[in-house]
Design a protein around this ligand. Structure first.
Ligand code: C5P
Length: 222
């Protein structure tokens, strides 16, 4: 049971990996399972929010009461998010977005030869930073997965991407974070921070959204 702390709010969330095609049968992607994002979507719906979940390719069931939009590539995810950003007051970027895509997707399956080959890549847009720079902007929460200096890199990301809050996790521990069922988060905002110790992702999602609800209520009073 979760108290309806987010009643009256609408949350737009990204989850899972994005996938960048190389040719009709190959792609570049990452190990994200989407579990944290889906846990957040469920928790947000349980807490009374209207939830739209923009998800990359994952093997998870849509939580009850959550509107789901499926996308594959980063550019698709950006478009799906920007089309909906104005109708939501909270954005959570939980997706593990591919930082690069191939410069030109081959129309036919690339034939192997006996020599090595090079793949040309271009930078993908940053969905989270694009949302945070949008006017009017929703309350924007990002994630940071780091293997070292978690707090320093997370604080840097908070400022650089102009976020309201960042939830950082140490992915060097294989028991936590990427693809695991448990996670621990260091939640940081401009004027404070809070550590959420290791627990299952569903419990953590409720705790994290509790902090979001509290910060939004405080911002309203400011
Ligand atoms: O810079 P870094 O990839 O570590 O930032 C992670 C945060 O930024 C996550 O919240 C992720 O969802 C978001 N992100 C994004 N678009 C990208 C890269 C990251 O929305 N192209």
């Amino acid at each position: 049971f979760a108290p309806k702390l987010l009643a009256g709010h609408s949350i737009l969330l990204t989850a899972g990996p994005t996938r960048e095609a190389i040719d009709p049968v190959r792609y570049i992607s990452n190990q994200s399972s989407g579990k944290m994002g889906f846990a957040l979507a469920k928790a947000a719906a349980d807490m009374g929010a209207e939830v739209t979940l923009v998800s990359g390719p994952v093997n998870l069931t849509t939580p009850v009461g959550v509107k789901r939009v499926d996308v594959i590539s980063t550019q698709d995810m950006l478009e799906a998010v920007m089309r909906r950003v104005d109708s939501h007051d909270i954005f959570i970027g939980c997706a593990a977005v591919a930082d690069y895509r191939v410069t030109e997707i081959a129309n036919e399956k690339i034939k192997k030869s006996s020599t090595d080959m090079q793949l040309a890549l271009v930078r993908n847009p940053d969905i989270l930073a694009t949302v945070a720079s949008h006017n009017p902007r929703p309350f924007t929460l990002g994630f940071a997965a780091e293997t070292q200096d978690v707090e320093r890199y997370a604080k840097d990301k908070l400022v650089r991407k102009k976020l309201d809050m960042i939830a950082a996790n140490d992915v060097s521990n294989p028991e936590l974070g990427f693809n695991a069922d448990n996670n621990a988060l260091k939640v940081i905002w401009a004027k404070g921070q809070e550590d959420l110790p290791a627990t299952d992702k569903q419990t953590l999602a409720i705790q994290l959204l509790g902090i979001v609800a509290e910060r939004i209520a405080i911002l309203k009073d400011d």
